[in-house]
Design a protein around this ligand. Sequence first.
Ligand SMILES: Cc1ncc(COP(=O)(O)O)c(C=O)c1O
Length: 407
Amino acid sequence: MTPESRAAEFDAADPLSRYRERFNLPEGVIYLDGNSLGALPKATPAAVQRVVEHEWGEGLIRSWNSAGWFEASGRVGAKIAPLIGAAPHEVIACDSTSINLFKLIAAALQMRPGRTVVLSEPGNFPTDLYMIAGLEVQGLAERRLVESERLEEALDEGVALLLLTHVHYKTGAMHDMAALTRAAHEAGALVLWDLSHTVGALPVDLNRAEADFAVGCGYKYLCGGPGAPAFAYVAERHHAGLAQPLTGWFGHAAPFAFSDDYAGAPGIERLLCGTAPVLGLAALEVGVELIAEIGVERLFGKSQALSEFFLECLMAHDVKLELVSPPRSDDRGSQLSFRHANAYEICQALIARGVIGDFRDPDVLRLGFAPAYLSFADMAVAARHLAEVLTSGEWQRPEFSLRAAVT
Ligand SMILES: Cc1ncc(COP(=O)(O)O)c(C=O)c1O
């Protein structure tokens, strides 16, 4: 049986295959980069247009009240909450992941007086590491980077916060959230999880793990669109004592009292800073609702089946590439990464064939399997293209080595 005919059987039996038509997928493209920028849900343009034309165009400033613009950050956050095992009032959609990291790292440091170390791992997503560096410049933090196998031993009495990305952006390797959270708590530290490569692709349970804080992107598996608002989670037990440094007026307990003095809102709204990005929230809400409708448990099951089938297809084509992702699908997120000295050129050659994956410096070809809209047929065809690109040597064509600013 060829990979293509096996794929046809899998697709016929796949209960999620019907969701593909809810997304806009350009003809001739196999999109393996939904872990970077999720595809466009077909319902999004109309939803955004309604906000623009009706709520903004007709309602004007009245829409802050009549169209629920004020509540949008909390409302969208509450819809993200069940995807990550949080209560609705523990999550808010706002700002970027970077900004939310800054707020929560600073808040954690403030909650652990006498401790200044923020512990993370080398190779974590750059913005996570840079946001710690920003607080170092302020004299508030001390960054300590330790390889993942040694994190638990590095949790000494100086550590205020353990900051980790649950699914690694480059390799897809997944941390054991419950175990590391427990270890950090035993050492008296707090934990902040970056769920950018988790949310919308696989289930996590922040409450069960007793995680303190989390952040994540809205534009990846949540399909909120380029630059979509991110989200932030704070466990309810920390709401009362939370002191975040970006004390803008939207996080005030009574923004329209226009008081000279800051008094943070009692709940998760305290994390807000400035005026909510209403158009971005409208697009994000559509993506979140669609992902919630499909369900993260089912999405992860399909994602595992897709990546396992992709590896099988590569074997059928006798492709031998070094897999840098964990070989067991239980240990990785919804992606497969391969190491090759010419990963950049191979990625460009694939894109020229309509298979859009991405390259991560210096030598990683990263293929994301957004389970909400990919089919098993996509896997078979993409694997065939990859095999052909490698055996034909077409990646050596000069145009494939020209580096673009964003890849
Ligand atoms: C793990 C992780 N954190 C954060 C970000 C980005 O944060 P921001 O939306 O602030 O650019 C990314 C982007 O790819 C990411 O992979």
